[in-house]
Design a protein. Sequence first.
Length: 431
Amino acid sequence: MVGLFLFVIPISIHGETTILVAFLAKQLQMMLHGILPVLATWIIFVATFFTWMTKLRRPAFIMKHGFLKSLFDVNGLWLIVRTIGLLFAILIIFQYGPELFWSEQTGGLLLRNLIPVLVTVFIFAGLFMPLLMDFGLLELTGALLLRWMRPVFTLPGRCAIDCIASWLGDGTVGIAITNKQYREGIYTKRESAVIGTAFSVVSITFTIVVYEQMNLEKGFGLYYLTIVFAGIVAAIILPRIPPLSRKEDTFYDGSKNRLLEQAPKGTTLWSWGIKQALKRAELTELSFIWKNGLKNIVDLWFGVLPVVMAFGTTAVILAEYTSFFKWISLPFVPILIFFHIPEATIAAQTMVVGFADMFLPAVIASGSIKSEFTRFIIACLSVTQLIYMSEVGGLLLGSSIPIAFVELVIIFLQRTMITLPIITIIAYLFF
């Protein structure tokens, strides 16, 4: 209940509708406004330094510690990305080198406007996320959804908890769970690909960040419910069309054996779900909240900040100083005009740039689009598009889940075209 109050229930403070986690993060951001860019640069430096140390020296204190190993023993691509993120942050802090890197329209916008929001939101969201995730809510909900996962999403009921965790928690967590389940023979190739591309959406934490960045006056409840509804529709349609529908229903070892799943005879789904939820709650000690919460904060800081800095600055430079996104977004302009969406040309660019990183549409739109109607659509769409290469896309390609880069591009476009009309209709109803 505390977790739901912190992350889901909208509250009104000084006439502004928000959620408690976002309010706390905003207060801390105001208190630490002057030092947050420097603090973020130090965080990126520590992440990059220890990543290089792990690659070059393989120190025992990291390699023998599961959590530290997962933080710093990354592949070569993410090592380069973290290094580029650190380089950009240093150039921006000292305003050194070509102005296109550190101006207030490019790197300065990222490090002084977006990154501070991430730093503060990650503190409260990471710390309190176990309250929402680790006390039986997912187990209860998963049991209640058991009977309709197959007819609705073409997935077995045992996927319900994973799908909910992937949706409410974080895309990276969802992909890690799904990849493990696939390798252990719990999911087939098709099931793992569907979960990874239809449910591993950004967490509530990230939706808060986008909502705050876009300066929306409409309540967070409407914004998040729109994302959920559009996301569910996409999750129903995508598994039934190529490329996901063409994935083989075979397991990691090539077999086709099915696992039987059902609640015990004579037991209702509700009572079974309560039993599973209580069992989970009994395994979660109070100290676990703080220990796991602190791990969440460090994981989000070290894993996300360098990536956003690298991909974000690069994409904003391309958007500000080149016509790259303008040209590749041209096919979307007539579609947005057809839906009578104001400022369609700029909005179309944000639709395309979302494939690089989920934050970029919000960064570009918040500074250049005046229409709140359009900003609302972009804010919702940037989350429901889901496949962004700075995190979810890169993780999918690096996992054992059978998905290719071209397929990710196709699924990104499919999700865009499925969710755009839904989001636009909802926007017309409430604006």
